[in-house]
Design a protein around this ligand. Structure first.
Ligand SMILES: Cc1cc2nc3c(=O)[nH]c(=O)nc-3n(C[C@H](O)[C@H](O)[C@H](O)COP(=O)(O)OP(=O)(O)OC[C@H]3O[C@@H](n4cnc5c(N)ncnc54)[C@H](O)[C@@H]3O)c2cc1C
Length: 469
């Protein structure tokens, strides 16, 4: 019974930290994208042990537990949807542990800490957690969605930077389990923690994370580069990687429509003399060495001058690091002003990246000529936000139209060996596409995923993703 759960959870967490139905603050129910959800109750446990008891109580009273961190996820996985059966468990108050090991350069941290809090505290030690993005997620949510971000090319995703987890399980309900000891090297056990990374809250609640840290760069050099044609983009990428490898911390691709969205309301003349290219690359070099020892700006400028001479580069903007990143981070917001955004978070093998752009654009022009394509994203690691705008003038986009559009493009992604969720994870918003994709690519994966999910959560009471067929 819900009323019994509420009474027992309030006794355990305190009146102020358990709310029900209409009393739940809207921010817990309104995701960054898509429609608001609903929940029977919201609990904000203030410790790992309280969280374990809340899970025990919820399962005993027949509720499903939907974990939520900072609620910045883009696939609606942390937004509950059942007003009578979902308990929203926010990790906001799980902030007890912050243990820094400077020699090992690791941090053991409670899952409710936000990325900005973590990096603020680390800055005093010249360190940071380098999975970097324009949102401010919780570290638990980052693990649950295996966040990628703009500097993945150099530092890797959350998976590459996670050494251990502590989780609270649904079966046996409320059991606390430490997965890993936080060592850089450890082959002494099965890597069970890996299963929780990218599991979208479906296997258990992550209460603590041990992550690897990196030294803060002492300098960055950023350029926004217009290639002579899109055919030059990957040769230029290969050249940059060959020359500077580990110094390359970002290599983003931005289509002209996305550039226009990012420059919305700004002085266009400042950029490429007002002649925006069809495609641009944001290239960033960074180093822990100071500029007196390694002059990154000069390296980048010298290379660009050579490429300008050779004809592979048409133009470039330099010495405007913040403005260039500001442009990149404003794209999504700029697109929203134009209409309804349909965002596809894809990745492709580099050899098919440009072919996908061309074939995807051609498919759209045939089937949905009213849609404006504005793709951009983490080109260096094969990531592409294939974002489209359904203009206000085209009337409402029906659910059926959106499904047809997504399915058409996802079929092309599968044909070219790509992924339908590069870094945003899987949630209710992608549930059907996830099944269709693996049904096409390797159906056996779905059967095995179901088996694994049943081991950790045999009654289907954790999270909202069904990994099975
Ligand atoms: C402006 C903007 C830019 C973004 N840019 C990027 C980007 O560049 N790269 C990228 O990868 N993502 C990006 N994202 C997506 C988002 O920030 C990430 O997916 C992030 O990791 C979500 O973390 P969160 O704390 O907000 O999780 P939530 O949204 O609260 O939850 C996400 C999922 O994690 C689960 N979860 C949360 N906490 C826990 C826990 N403690 N234990 C178990 N499960 C848990 C939830 O149930 C849900 O399934 C962006 C989002 C926005 C709004």
């Amino acid at each position: 019974m819900l009323s019994d759960f509420l009474a027992e959870a309030r006794a355990r967490c305190g009146e102020a930290h358990v709310s029900e139905g209409a009393a739940i603050e809207p921010r817990y129910l309104q995701p960054a994208r898509y429609a608001a959800g609903q929940a029977a109750a919201l609990a904000l446990p203030g410790s790992r042990d309280e969280a374990a008891d809340v899970i025990r109580l919820a399962l005993r009273h027949g509720l499903r537990v939907v974990p939520q961190g900072a609620h910045t996820g883009l696939v609606r996985a942390g937004t509950p949807d059942d007003a009578s059966g979902d308990l929203l468990l926010s990790t906001e108050r799980l902030r007890q542990v912050f243990e820094l090991d400077l020699l090992d350069r690791t941090l053991r941290v409670s899952s409710g800490f936000k990325l900005s809090d973590i990096n603020e505290r680390l800055a005093a030690h010249g360190l940071w957690f380098p999975v970097d993005l324009s949102a401010d997620p919780s570290i638990g949510g980052m693990v649950a969605h295996n966040t990628g971000g703009t500097r993945m090319l150099r530092y890797g995703d959350v998976r590459a930077n996670t050494l251990a987890l502590e989780v609270v399980l649904a079966e046996p309900a409320g059991q606390v389990l430490r997965l890993g000891q936080g060592l850089q090297k450890d082959n002494s056990a099965m890597a069970l923690g890996q299963l929780f990374i990218g599991s979208s809250g479906s296997l258990g609640l992550i209460t603590e994370v041990t992550i690897k840290l990196a030294p803060l760069p002492r300098q960055r050099a950023v350029a926004l580069v217009a290639p002579a044609s899109t055919g030059e983009v990957f040769p230029l990428y290969a050249d940059v990687m060959q020359r500077w490898g580990g110094l390359v911390s970002a290599f983003e691709g931005i289509s002209r429509a996305a550039l226009e969205a990012g420059l919305h309301g700004q002085d266009l003349a400042r950029w490429f003399d007002g002649q925006l290219p069809d495609y641009a690359m944001l290239i960033e070099l960074s180093s822990e060495l100071p500029a007196e020892q390694l002059a990154l700006n000069e390296l980048l400028q010298g290379w660009l001058e050579g490429e300008f001479e050779s004809g592979r580069v048409r133009d470039a903007v330099l010495d405007a690091d913040e403005a260039i990143w500001g442009l990149r981070h404003r794209i999504s917001e700029g697109l929203r002003v134009r209409g309804k955004v349909i965002g596809l978070d894809l990745s492709l093998p580099r050899r098919h990246f440009m072919a996908f752009r061309e074939r995807g654009a051609a498919w759209l022009a045939t089937h949905f000529p009213q849609v404006e394509l504005a793709d951009f994203g983490h080109l260096g690691d094969g990531g592409m936000h294939f974002n489209m705008v359904w203009p206000l003038s085209a009337g409402a986009l029906s659910a059926g139209q959106e499904l047809t559009l997504r399915e058409g493009l996802y079929a092309l992604v599968a044909e070219l060996g790509g992924s339908i969720s590069a870094e945003h994870g899987v949630g209710p918003q992608l549930q059907a596409a996830y099944r269709a994709h693996w049904g096409r690519v390797e159906p056996g994966v779905l059967d095995w995923a179901r088996r694994v999910q049943l081991v950790w959560d045999p009654h289907g009471r954790m999270g909202q993703v069904d990994w099975g067929p």
